[in-house]
Ligand binder design. Structure first.
Ligand code: IPE
Ligand code: IPE
Ligand code: MG
Length: 246
């Protein structure tokens, strides 16, 4: 494979294993450009394509993208419908290329509450790419971090009830195995665009030692230069994990 172009000085040998992105700012971008909010979301999916492709090209192991939160149902019906349509369009138009690139798609979140067409498209994408061994692409749709933790606790409780596990045997590993991200490394780098500095219920467990970067750019304007700058910023950080610096 040819060496991918880098837009900031980054060391491909020390990439974050798992990158999370809270893709925020579509609404403000639409407003700035005097467009309807749905157009902001559409522009956002263009940015998304480029970031996914590049993550696969430079060799990121796992990429988790926040596309729709459990709280986003509280937006207007028109906006929710536009987002649902975009989700469908995205999977229809991207699935062939993603599969060809050996990308493995996992949906984070509760698919059962989604409209049927969307649910089917997501299940199909997971099944079709399930054996792929390249980039692990996690797309969070109807996802909430607390709901994910409660679900993991329920799954453990069921194992206890079935006599397969005793409460004393609970470990962090067993808990992590019951999250949507089972088998994946923790998030190393979490990016949130648009200048907001909060998690908004995204990957609460997986971010315990993540480095955070908050570029002020709105999501539809987030490009490879911005992305590589975030990675460079990550690579310049000192991660201590509680230890004393030598
Ligand atoms: C993020 O953009 C996308 C989703 C939440 C689906 P927003 O729609 O939240 O954009 P702002 O925050 O209003 O600018
Ligand atoms: C978080 O953004 C959810 C996604 C990006 C999908 P929001 O725009 O919904 O978050 P708040 O409301 O600003 O916290
Ligand atoms: Mg927002």
């Amino acid at each position: 494979m040819s060496t991918p172009t880098l837009y900031a000085p980054i060391d491909l040998q020390r990439l974050p294993k798992h990158v999370g992105i809270i893709m925020d700012g579509n609404g403000r971008w639409a407003k700035q450009n005097k467009l309807k909010v749905a157009m902001g979301h559409r522009a956002g999916t263009e940015a998304l394509r480029e970031i996914i492709r590049n993550s696969s090209d430079i060799g990121i192991q796992a990429l988790s993208l926040y596309a729709f939160s459990t709280e986003n149902w509280n937006r207007s019906q028109a906006e929710v419908e536009a987002l649902m349509q975009l989700i469908l369009d995205f999977f229809h138009s991207e699935i062939d290329e993603l599969d060809e690139k050996n990308v493995r798609i996992t949906i984070l979140g509760d698919k059962s509450a989604l409209p049927e067409k969307q649910r089917e498209a997501l299940i199909q994408a997971e099944e079709r790419t399930g054996k792929n061994t390249g980039l692990k692409l996690n797309i969070a749709i109807n996802y909430g971090g607390r709901a994910e933790l409660v679900r993991a606790a329920q799954l453990l409780a069921q194992d206890v009830k079935a006599g397969a596990l005793s409460p004393e045997a609970f470990t962090e590993e067993l808990f992590a195995d019951r999250l949507y991200t089972a088998g994946m490394p923790d998030v190393d780098l979490m990016i949130r665009t648009s200048g907001e500095m909060r998690l908004s219920n995204f990957m609460l467990w997986q971010c315990s030692y993540a480095e955070f970067v908050f570029p002020t750019v709105l999501w539809p304007d987030f490009d490879l230069r911005q992305y590589h700058q975030c990675i460079a910023e990550f690579q310049g950080r000192k991660r201590r994990f509680g230890k004393r610096e030598e």
